[in-house]
Design a protein around this ligand. Structure first.
Ligand SMILES: [Zn+2]
Length: 51
């Protein structure tokens, strides 16, 4: 029996994305809404430049 999930794989955490939590990132890839928010929020976090 093939181990194929009907759900797309989240490109951020590599886990199946259920339709309820699926979301497309800016590249059109399926991601979890939570993963997407984490990614977006991580982008917004300003990096402290080394002085
Ligand atoms: Zn995910």
């Amino acid at each position: 029996m093939p181990n194929i999930t009907p759900f797309p794989i989240c490109s951020l955490c590599n886990k199946p994305v259920s339709l309820e939590t699926s979301r497309a990132d800016e590249y059109g890839k399926a991601v979890h809404e939570g993963c997407y928010l984490l990614k977006v929020s991580a982008k917004r976090v300003p990096t402290v430049p080394k002085t």
